[in-house]
Each structure stands twice: as C-alpha cells, then as structure tokens.
Ligand binder design. Structure first.
Ligand SMILES: *[C@@H]1O[C@H](CO)[C@@H](O)[C@H](O)[C@H]1NC(C)=O
Ligand SMILES: *[C@@H]1O[C@H](CO)[C@@H](O)[C@H](O)[C@H]1NC(C)=O
Ligand SMILES: CC(=O)N[C@H]1CO[C@H](CO)[C@@H](O)[C@@H]1O
Length: 408
C-alpha cells in the first residue's frame, strides 16, 4: 500500500506536470498573455467592413470557387450563437437561430451599397429537423464537380428532437445531433439542391470538413465523443478531440486523436491533411492513404490558437488565428455591442513542395488587428489570389471585412 504521502507527492508531481504541459499551453497560447499584437495600420491593406446587412452576419465559414468568382458564406444570427452553439457547449436549443442560410456572393460585382451582389440560396428539398426545412450552419467547405457544379459540404448543428413528435429534447442532457450535409448548386443559381445527409455514430462534435476528389471526406470532432458535460469542457485540456474519415458511401472511422479543439482542417492541393487546433500551438500535418488512414508527418509550430485554414490558387494556406483566445470567447456574450476581439492572419507556405517527404514551411504574418478596428474576430479568412483581396468573417461577428492590398 502506498502511503498517503506517496500518493500526495505523486498527485503533486502529476499536478505540476499537468500545469507544465497543459495549463502553460492554455494560459500562454489560448489566453494570449504577453503576446505582442500589432495595430492594423502596420500592414499594407485597406480594409472595409460590410456591415448592417442581416444576411451577412455570424458567417462562421466561407468557401471561394475561384473559377466562377463566387464566395459562399455560411451565416447565422450572432446573438443566437450564445444560446445554441454545441461546439462550445451552448446547449439552449430553444434559443437557436431559425434563419441560418448560405449566401452566394459574386465577388467581382460591386453593389450600390458598397458590398457585392449576392443571393441567399434557397434549399427547397431539404427536410431540415423533422421536416422544418431548417439548417444550423457551422463549418463549410466546397468542391467543384466534373460538370462544374459547386458542391457545398456543411456541418449542420441539428438539435436533438423526439423522433415521433419532433419536439425538442433537452439538448443540455442528451447532446445535439450534428450531421454533415451535402448540397449542390450551379454557379449563378439561387437554389441549392440537397444531395445527402451523413449521420453516423462517429459524427459527434463535428467542426469542419475537408473533401477528397472521390467524394469521401475528413472531418474534425472538436470535442471528440464528448457532446456535453464535464468531459466536453475538459476536452481541450485532456486532448480528446479527434479527426475522422467517411467514405463516399458514408462509412466513418476515427483516424487520429489527441487534439485540443481541432477545427478548420484542410486537405491541401499537395495531398496532405492540415489540422489546426484552437487550444494548441500550431498545425499537425498528416499524409493520407487511399483508405483514409493517416500518418503524422510534420508539425508546424505557430504560437497562436488557430481556427480555420483555407488555401488559395497559388497553394498558400491562410490561417485565421485568435491572438487573445479569451477575448474571442467573450465576444459571444455581446456580439452586437461588445468589443471586437483581435484577429491575426498567417500565411503558411510550403517551400520545396516538389521534393517528396520534405516538409518545410515559411510563416508570414499577413495582417493583424490588435484593437479590432476593421477585422472581425475572424474564424475564417479567404485569399482571392487573382485580386489579392482578403475576405474575413467570424462566427459571432455582425459584419464581414474585405481587405484590398495597398499599392505601394
Ligand atoms: C433559452 O433561449 C430562450 C429563447 O431565446 C430564452 O427565452 C431562454 O431564457 C434561454 N434559456 C436559458 C437557460 O438561457
Ligand atoms: C438525428 O438526425 C438524424 C438525421 O436526420 C435523424 O435520423 C435522427 O432521428 C435524429 N435524432 C435525433 C435524436 O434528433
Ligand atoms: C473555435 C472556432 O470557432 N472554430 C471554428 C473554425 O471554423 C470552423 C469552420 O471553418 C468552425 O466550425 C469552428 O467552430
């Protein structure tokens, strides 16, 4: 029998170790103590907000079809995210937004109001939750099919309902019922047709999706299997987030685990899978095999909590980062009037990418906004390489921002 003292000293050592490896990361990385964040005037961009448009708020994610020059945005209601956002344990389903929608924006057609012309896509054949037709958007990505249609893959944060009556269950007790939805739309159309709902025991706390050429996909469960409760809250500390894979036929399996709030993953044009984590430094890089299994090949050390990744036509990856994690979370409380959290955009460029099994990356800070003057508390950034513009949106932001490079 170990003595009480031995037990205590083991616990103490474990506690100190825990502090070393977990809290230090959480405090210095997620909370952002002591990191210098620069004002937006330090960067060569002219940025403008598109504000006051109820259709362009709380746009958690975006995807750009560079060919048709269409930017798709998955948007919601900033205030309702406080009640319903299962990814961060906001479990009051009766307060959820009832008007989430996908916007298709023509980024080369300025509108008279200072933004761009756009359509709110109708989804007439989508049954929604028990026939209500509603979607509850979180992450989104897109792909272009052989016939040039745009396929949109969305995380749908469905609330759990009674299967016979359709009445909401107490989601704080049973957890949400997130699914992954596939829609298809022709560029220029105002309608998105629903193709398929992916629901699977492995799709638990899905955050974002990355699609392969053959219609299979990878996704992150940002809290692993833990939809609710203490284990959900501790998940970023215990590193129970995972990455999973579903075949085109919809058979799903876990492929990697041990992440701390993994989120906007990206399948690169170089064939590698990039997984950032909001509560850990950097990006993990994996090499996928044909069956969806992955091998961890590299880690990019970047001392910022990272949200979403996107890739431009040049093959550069753009990462939206949150230099002050707590300020980002605080914004959920009062998104319309509260202070706007700082945001940073990093460019992650793979150099010597033609050399097989060589993983070398160059990091470049593209823009940063310490005081929240122009940028939203950004969860996603898109770089339009043909015009150099940046499009930024945020999960609870009441506006989106477009930045144009200054000519110097
Ligand atoms: C849940 O949302 C509804 C509708 O917004 C609101 O009336 C209610 O107070 C909320 N409940 C809690 C526990 O926050
Ligand atoms: C969850 O969603 C799936 C797919 O729409 C549905 O079949 C199932 O009944 C839902 N379950 C609950 C508890 O809402
Ligand atoms: C922390 C956070 O808000 N992460 C977001 C990253 O982006 C995906 C979609 O791209 C969201 O689903 C996540 O919630």
């Amino acid at each position: 029998m170990p003595s009480t003292l031995q037990v205590l000293s083991v616990l103490f050592a474990a506690g100190a170790g825990l502090y070393q490896f977990l809290l230090r990361d959480v405090i210095f990385t997620t909370v952002g103590v002591g990191r210098t964040v620069l004002p937006i005037s330090s960067f060569p961009y002219h940025c403008q907000r598109i504000t006051g448009d109820p259709n362009l708020q709380a746009c958690e994610d975006m995807w750009l079809d560079e060919k048709s020059r269409t930017l798709y945005l998955a948007c919601s209601d900033p205030v309702a995210r406080r009640d319903w956002m299962p990814n961060i344990h906001r479990m009051n389903a009766s307060g959820r937004a009832l008007n989430d929608h996908i916007v298709a924006m023509d980024i080369d057609s300025p509108s008279s109001e200072g933004g761009y012309t756009y359509r709110v896509l109708e989804t007439p054949d989508f049954s929604g939750v028990h026939g209500d037709g509603r979607i509850h958007v979180v992450g989104m990505t897109g792909s272009v099919s052989e016939d040039g249609e745009n396929q949109l893959w969305l995380i749908n944060a469905r609330p759990s309902v009674d299967p016979t009556t359709g009445q909401l269950l107490d989601n704080a007790v049973v957890g949400g019922n997130s699914t992954i939805e596939l829609f298809t739309t022709a560029p220029g159309s105002g309608i998105a047709r629903h193709v398929k709902t992916f629901a699977d025991p492995q799709i638990t706390t899905p955050n974002n999706v990355a699609v392969t050429k053959d219609g299979a996909f990878f996704f992150t469960n940002d809290h692993g299997p833990h939809k609710i409760g203490l284990l959900h809250h501790l998940s970023p500390v215990l590193a129970t987030g995972d990455a999973s894979y579903c075949s085109a036929a919809g058979e799903c399996k876990q492929i990697a685990k041990g992440f701390r709030f993994p989120n906007g993953l990206h399948l690169g044009s170089d064939g590698l899978l990039y997984i950032p984590s909001a509560a850990m430094r950097g990006i993990d890089i994996f090499k996928p095999a044909a069956d969806g299994s992955v091998e961890n090949v590299h880690h990019i050390h970047l001392d910022y909590p990272i949200d979403n990744l996107s890739e431009d036509a040049n093959g550069d990856i753009f990462a939206a980062a949150m230099p002050k994690g707590l300020a980002t979370l605080a914004a959920f409380e009062d998104p319309m009037n509260g202070p706007i959290p700082p945001a940073t955009v990093w460019r992650v460029r793979r150099v010597n990418r033609e050399v097989e099994d060589k993983y070398e990356y160059e990091l470049f800070k593209v823009i940063e906004d310490a005081a929240g003057e122009k940028l939203p508390g950004a969860t996603t950034v898109i770089h339009d390489s043909s015009t150099g513009r940046l499009f930024l949106s945020g999960v609870v932001s009441p506006f989106i921002t477009v930045c144009q490079k200054k000519i110097i």
